[in-house]
Ligand binder design. Structure first.
Ligand SMILES: Nc1ncnc2c1ncn2[C@@H]1O[C@H](COP(=O)(O)OP(=O)(O)OP(=O)(O)O)[C@@H](O)[C@H]1O
Length: 678
């Protein structure tokens, strides 16, 4: 299913909340939201104040918009550090821990845009990830969304833009956004309407010029870093999230584009969303666009409140900038680093760090943290405590957990079709790569020449060719499949964390997408080598041989998927795959015919063994003879390699392969499911 190419007229689009925000963002001098002056923590009231006609006008997306008031109190997070090397006896000692966040609190309402500021490594990303419910491990303190804890329905209302852009490199900007729209927008919208949303986001984010350029990645030149970042933001904007969290959305952008992005975020906030962003070094122009700021220093808050009240607060505790027109963001970052303007000196126009000494910086930071606890936290705590949990339930548009919220946005079948189409498009360069085709063609022609017109008088060679079939078509798909899930891991985590689709639809789409090339190559190979190699010139035998090889390919592909899903690491996966195939090769029954009894069972877990047995079984009939000496003819079944193998019980061999076919794939699915974040 390809996203249709589409021309859009904004004025004709009836569903666009994005149009709404587009209108708003053209003015960067918009008044602060009423919520800023409204001290009620239940901002849902404000949403319900909107005239019904407005809600009806932008029916579909508006209907899905459920404002979220985010509260977080005393959030703390610590990680266990790896013990230092060389301390052999340290395993009994508890692992040292490092506090990354300590006592961070805040409240952000719909309509507000909060910026998290702090030096590099101060914990901004960690806090943002915790607020998005994606931080592994235990987060202390409380985080609530309209008074409720994190849950699946909440998850689907959160948009999260990570610092690193996780995008498919071979898709164009339009395709990337169109597939996201198809997967994440509700079925109430037609495909055309979904495409219109993608086009709107492209226009909104200034991506029209690169609409048809591939996104690219580290090894493939595509759109610029800033454009890639905007595509990531667009993916989240598309779903009209109630809570939008962005990690450094302006990094790598020029100041005009950064301004435009923040203006867009502000517009989205004004449309009733709660928007939180981390930002490194905003200009004063950008800073003025934020409603609230949260400043962290080494994981501890030093300020949490309105952006406009920063100077007044720090002035009240003895820190005033030396310059009259200092950028508040620079001032805050200096303070968070423990650098203070020398307020005690007479010359207030000098603005430089009072001291470079580490100790002084630390004591400044400690003073700022304790001032925050003394002066700001009590009021914030009061505000956080004012509960609106009971009230929320009665407000339309609030976030109670309803059964419909638990449902996915589109049907399983739709997800499958879109994911299949996207996978085929993204991987066609890899699957149909000339190199892969060349590799298979070369090996097939070479093998055909090596076994050129072998006949039953050289039965050893013929049996060798059949064994080669089983091993080559065990190795090749196994290795290709081992890469599948580890390669897609970042994308899978990103999309699955946002509840974009069911894991099962992704899994089946991935398997189905890989099938064509996985089956075409062995068909080409077998056709060439079978006839060049002088195997039985019978169409029935050839067809059966081909079917057995394809069966083997599917089984080995399943094992590869399982190894990849269990280990989720390409290096470990290929290492284990090569060890496994080596064992199967040796236990297959061709090289060693007298395996000691205690290890003979190995062949029963080798799919190559069953494949080899079946290939020999269909190639030779029970009555067939071969030349076993000068003028002497013997029964093929008495040939040592074949009699050891035993070619009866073909039904059992097929059943064993079928069990492996299903078993490996189920194992891969279970491993994938268990490896997913909550
Ligand atoms: N799992 C982890 N194990 C060890 N240290 C960690 C872990 N996660 C985060 N950290 C450390 O915690 C600190 C805060 O990291 P974080 O990424 O939140 O900072 P940041 O403020 O977003 O930095 P930047 O602005 O550079 O992105 C860093 O020093 C980081 O190395």
């Amino acid at each position: 299913m390809m996203p249709p190419e589409h021309e859009t007229s904004i004025t004709n689009n009836p569903v666009s909340v994005l149009v709404n925000s587009r209108i708003e963002v053209t003015s960067t001098h918009a008044e602060p939201p009423s919520s800023l002056s409204n001290t009620s923590p239940c901002v849902d009231d404000q949403m319900s104040d909107q005239p019904p006609s407005t809600l009806a006008q932008f029916s579909v997306l508006r209907a899905s918009l459920r404002p979220i008031t985010l509260k977080f109190e005393n959030v703390g997070y610590a990680v266990k550090l790896q013990p230092t090397k060389g301390t052999c006896f340290s395993s009994h000692e508890p692992k040292p821990t490092r506090e990354i966040l300590n006592g961070v609190s805040g409240i952000v309402r719909p309509g507000e845009l909060l910026a998290m500021l702090g030096p590099s490594g101060s914990g901004k990303t960690t806090l943002l990830t915790a607020l998005a419910g994606r931080l592994p491990g235990k987060v202390s303190g409380t985080i609530s969304y309209n008074g409720q804890p994190f849950s699946s329905p909440v998850k689907r209302k959160i948009g999260f833009v990570s610092q690193d852009d996780v995008l498919y490199p071979h898709l164009t900007v339009f395709e990337t956004l169109a597939y996201t729209a198809l997967l994440r927008l509700p079925d109430k919208l037609t495909t055309n309407e979904k495409m219109e949303q993608a086009e709107l986001v492209i226009m909104e984010l200034g991506l029209t010029r690169c609409r048809n350029n591939i996104v690219g990645g580290p090894l493939l030149r595509g759109v610029s870093g800033g454009e890639r970042k905007r595509v990531s933001i667009g993916q989240e904007m598309l779903v009209n999230p109630s809570l939008l969290l962005l990690d450094e959305p302006a990094s790598g952008l020029d100041s005009t584009m950064a301004q435009r992005i923040v203006a867009t975020l502000r517009g989205l906030a004004r449309g009733g969303r709660t928007v939180i962003t981390t930002i490194h070094q905003p200009s004063s122009r950008l800073y003025r666009m934020f409603d609230k700021v949260l400043v962290v220093s080494e994981g501890c808050p030093i300020y949490s409140g309105s952006a406009g009240g920063v100077m007044e607060y720090f002035g009240s505790i003895g820190y005033e900038p030396g310059f009259n027109f200092v950028n508040p963001a620079d001032f805050l970052l200096d303070l968070a680093n423990g650098m203070t303007p020398d307020t005690k000196q007479d010359d207030h126009h000098e603005y430089h760090g009072r001291t470079d000494h580490h100790e002084d910086q630390n004591s400044t930071k400690q003073y700022l943290v304790s001032s925050y606890k003394k002066n700001l936290y009590p009021a914030l705590k009061d505000e956080l405590r004012r509960s609106c949990g009971a009230h929320i339930q009665s407000i339309p548009g609030a976030l109670p957990s309803r059964s419909s919220d638990d449902q996915w946005t589109t049907s399983w079948w739709m997800e499958f079709k879109v994911l299949l189409s996207r996978g085929l498009k993204e991987r066609k360069h890899e699957s149909y790569s000339g190199l892969r085709i060349f590799q298979v063609m070369t090996v097939s022609i070479l093998s055909g020449l090596l076994w050129w017109h072998s006949d039953t008088s050289h039965i050893q060679d013929q049996v060798g060719l059949l064994f080669f079939f089983s091993i080559f078509w065990g190795f090749f798909p196994l290795f290709n499949a081992t890469f599948a899930f580890p390669q897609e891991r970042p994308m899978l985590i990103k999309e699955h964390s946002s509840g974009m689709y069911r894991l099962s639809s992704y899994y089946f789409a991935r398997m189905a997408g890989d099938l064509p090339m996985e089956l075409v190559l062995p068909i080409i190979f077998t056709t060439i080598t079978y006839w060049m190699g002088g195997l039985k010139p019978s169409l029935v035998t050839f067809t059966l041989t081909l079917l057995i090889i394809l069966f083997n390919v599917l089984v080995s592909q399943g094992l590869g998927l399982a190894l990849g899903a269990i280990l989720m690491d390409m290096k470990q996966g290929t290492t284990l795959a090569s060890v496994t195939m080596l064992v199967f090769l040796l236990a297959g029954g061709y090289y060693i015919q007298h395996i000691p009894a205690f290890i003979a069972w190995l062949k029963y877990i080798s799919f190559s063994h069953y494949c080899y047995k079946l290939l020999v079984g269909v190639q030779y009939s029970e009555t067939e003879l071969y030349e076993c000496g000068l003028g002497v003819r013997c029964r093929v079944l008495d040939f040592p390699a074949i009699s050891y193998l035993g070619i009866d019980n073909k039904g059992w061999d097929v059943a064993a392969l079928a069990a492996m076919l299903v078993g490996y794939r189920v194992l891969a699915y279970v491993a994938l499911k268990m490896g997913q974040p909550r």
